[in-house]
Design a protein around this ligand. Structure first.
Ligand SMILES: NC(=O)c1ccc[n+]([C@@H]2O[C@H](COP(=O)([O-])OP(=O)(O)OC[C@H]3O[C@@H](n4cnc5c(N)ncnc54)[C@H](O)[C@@H]3O)[C@@H](O)[C@H]2O)c1
Length: 316
């Protein structure tokens, strides 16, 4: 297949590109390099079937150039987005601009070429949910924008899902996937990064692991290979259009527990605590019934295993 992966130089996108190339597909990764890097793609950059194209997902000329390189378009994986909690608060305008316009432009190019479309949504599309596990059909709840603008991101994913469902109604073949706290060696651990990588970075720098609040908030951390497997299945299987797949581990753990497990990978690790971000949800556990039934998907790597693999990779 001729496949466009937007955000293809990022954390999930780069692993997805590797997997697609290994399976014999022709792939163009489009990335602005806002947070992606060529180093993430080092293993496939010289492969015949692969091209890294630096450009903006909102730019129609860049999207057309990618299709020209591919010689047509069969499948779009749309992952390009501004991601990282600190950005949601600091750069809400850009988050809304990139995430919403990127989704609209890529839906249009998929429709123009009659290509299948897979949208990387997020559990944050539910806002601050009251029901767990998070299931389709649950209310999606957003707080007053005057309080904080964190939901620039969740709101952009919510609107992205609406645009996808509208396109599905118009006949586009669409699948929506929602990764739940994916983690792996390429995850960003800087101040704009995600918690698992930030804990490991703090440990490497001999700093205390910084827990937000009392650390009782829970998440379902999902190993990168499992997440990529879900993306591949959502793109490759013959599915009814408009289906939504939560891709998340059933191992719900508190941030305090995660910090403990990360600390066990090292020695003499200390902890400290600061106030968390507004709008951080108290619990995040996916209902994966649809993923299990329609994709035959479940997470297979335990948190314990994943953390050990990640720690070894970071130190190799
Ligand atoms: N990592 C997770 O746990 C998680 C959870 C839920 C949803 N998601 C979604 O999955 C997708 C991939 O996430 P990720 O963790 O790999 O994040 P990431 O930040 O590593 O990847 C996103 C990529 O998009 C690129 N990008 C940003 N703006 C762009 C633009 N204007 N044009 C082209 N490229 C641009 C970035 O440079 C980056 O490489 C995102 O859409 C994210 O919202 C990820």
């Amino acid at each position: 297949m001729r496949i466009l992966v937007t955000g293809g130089a990022g954390f999930i996108g780069s692993s997805l590109c590797e997997k697609l190339i290994q399976s014999g597909h022709k792939v163009v990764a489009l990335d602005s390099m806002f947070r992606g890097s060529a180093a993430n793609l080092a293993e496939i950059v010289d492969h015949n079937g692969f091209t890294l194209y630096t450009g903006d997902v909102r730019d129609v000329d860049d999207l057309d150039a990618c299709v020209d390189i591919l010689g047509g378009l069969d499948l779009v994986y749309h992952l390009a987005a501004i991601n990282g909690t600190k950005w949601f608060h600091e750069a809400a305008h850009s988050v809304i601009d990139v995430n919403i316009n990127g989704t609209l432009r890529t839906l249009e190019i998929a429709m123009a070429h009659d290509a299948k479309y897979v949208f990387a949504s997020s559990p944050e599309a539910f806002g601050e949910p009251i029901l767990q596990p998070m299931s389709d059909g649950d209310p999606m709840i957003f707080t007053d924008p005057k309080q904080h603008q964190r939901h620039s991101y969740g709101g952009s994913k919510y609107l992205g899902e609406i645009a996808c469902q509208h396109a599905a109604r118009d006949g586009l073949e669409v699948a929506i996937v929602r990764p739940f706290n994916a983690y792996g060696p390429r995850l960003s651990g800087d101040d704009y990064g995600q918690v698992v990588a930030m804990f490991f970075r703090q440990m490497q720098e001999s700093k205390p692991l910084n827990i937000h609040g009392d650390g009782s908030q829970t998440r379902s951390f999902t190993w990168i290979d499992d997440v990529v497997d879900g993306f591949v299945k959502a793109g490759m299987l013959d599915l009814p259009t408009g289906e939504v797949f939560n891709l998340g581990s059933q191992e719900e753990v508190s941030i305090q527990y995660l910090a403990q497990k990360v600390a066990e990978c090292g020695e003499g690790v200390e902890f400290d605590s600061t106030e968390g971000y507004h709008g951080d949800v108290k619990r995040r556990l996916p209902n994966i019934e649809n993923s299990a039934n329609m994709l035959g998907w479940e997470a297979t790597t335990s948190l314990q295993e994943g953390l050990q693999i990640m720690w070894r990779a970071l130190n190799s």
